[in-house]
Design a protein around this ligand. Structure first.
Ligand SMILES: [Zn+2]
Ligand SMILES: [Zn+2]
Length: 376
């Protein structure tokens, strides 16, 4: 199959032929039909996160059609439409059993050390990014890495649920538990931030203030439910947000990018008893400097890992809201490209212009036979 291969930072991904391994008993082979391009992929390509000398197939936000399943798989079957999620889990540890599988201590979704690699090239193993590798025509993954979804949902939309939308919706609805009438500020209106805006809208937030540096993103945020937009490019974002709340500050502020300056602003706009929820992925080694005078009484600062998700429940719920017309995901797909154009998506992402670029794979990529479970 064809896949986008990472061979080190500061180099474009290359489209190469890659072999898919044999289907394990707990595994699912999926014909990829769409993959979102997320900032976490860019972190590796730009060298902000290191993968050592690993050669990897990138991508972690995918959707497709199940081609074959291993003998012990019960959750999905051939022909099912599925969304892949990087919050793979074991189902047995205290976090999983306590209802927090996104914090699983030992996700059993990769193969054990020494086992045949799921992906290889000329006999050399390749690293499967996030145990998914969605920038490829096929995904060979553990059954605890996928969930079946309604086939009425377009693949490009379904793919977004695997990372960005799950993270943003979950941050608002599950981590922060925004309540009706509360005031909300969202710092960063990319894929995650726009999903936070919609989660806050669905929760009935009274005022939703979107903050970004790009006017086009603020306009998009307004279409998706923000009541106000603040462009922080001229500075003074904190004062502008506080001004919109008559100086009181907000009940909830969300940071959706992973930049310490924005985290600090999210804390500084809080009112009394406000909660700042940090959703962005920060670069290793980052620190947050905070003047303590900026903190109002009984404020809380928390992080959200992938929207505190239980993805096997949450993804179908969120897609149900989409099918009812209550969650707008079509607007989040800002560009559709082919696998060959994957590097263009990163170039666009660096300019900060778009919500989400989605790679689409033609249905003809579904080689292998679902009936016999045979794999090319
Ligand atoms: Zn992601
Ligand atoms: Zn677990």
């Amino acid at each position: 199959m064809r896949a986008a291969v990472f061979r080190g930072p500061h180099r474009p991904l290359t489209i190469e032929q890659v072999e898919v391994g044999h289907l394990g008993d707990d595994e699912v082979l999926v014909a990829t039909r769409a993959s979102g391009v997320c900032h976490s992929d860019l972190h590796f390509i730009d060298g902000h996160m290191s993968a050592g000398s690993a050669v990897m197939v990138m991508g972690h936000e995918g959707a497709g059609v199940v081609q074959a399943v291993g003998g012990r798989v019960t959750a999905v079957g051939p022909g099912d439409h599925v969304v892949a999620c990087l919050s793979g889990f074991c189902g047995r540890c205290p976090q999983c059993l306590g209802g927090h599988p996104n914090l699983c201590r030992k996700p059993r979704v990769s193969r054990p050390r020494g086992a045949e690699a799921r992906l290889s090239q000329d006999g050399e193993p390749l690293v499967q990014f996030a145990n998914l590798s969605t920038f490829a025509e096929q995904m060979l993954v553990h059954e605890n890495s996928v969930v079946a979804v309604d086939p009425a949902v377009p693949f490009a939309v379904a793919a977004l649920l695997g990372c960005g939308v799950l993270t943003g919706m979950g941050a608002a609805l599950r981590t922060a538990r925004v309540r009706a009438g509360q005031t909300v500020a969202v710092f960063g209106c990319g894929g995650v931030g726009l999903a936070i805006v919609q989660g806050a809208r669905l929760a009935g937030a009274g005022r939703i203030i979107a903050v970004d540096l790009v006017d086009a993103k603020l306009e998009l945020a307004r279409r998706l439910g923000a009541t106000d937009g603040v462009n922080g490019a001229d500075g003074g974002a904190v004062e502008q947000v506080r001004g919109l709340t008559a100086g009181h500050g907000v009940d909830h502020a969300f940071e959706a990018v992973g930049i310490p300056t924005l985290m600090r602003q999210a804390i500084e706009v809080l009112g009394v008893r406000g909660t700042a929820t940090i959703c962005g992925v920060w670069s290793p080694g980052s620190t947050l400097e905070l003047p303590l005078d900026a903190i109002h009484p009984e404020c809380r600062i928390q992080t959200s890992r992938m929207g505190s998700n239980r993805f096997k429940i949450d993804i179908p719920v969120y897609l149900g809201l989409y099918l009812q017309g209550r969650l707008d995901l079509d607007e989040l797909v800002s560009a559709r490209i082919s696998l060959d154009e994957v590097n263009d998506a990163f170039t666009t992402m660096r300019t900060g212009e778009l919500a989400r670029t989605v790679i689409e794979f033609p249905a003809s990529g579904e080689h292998g036979s679902a009936e016999t479970g045979e794999v090319d």
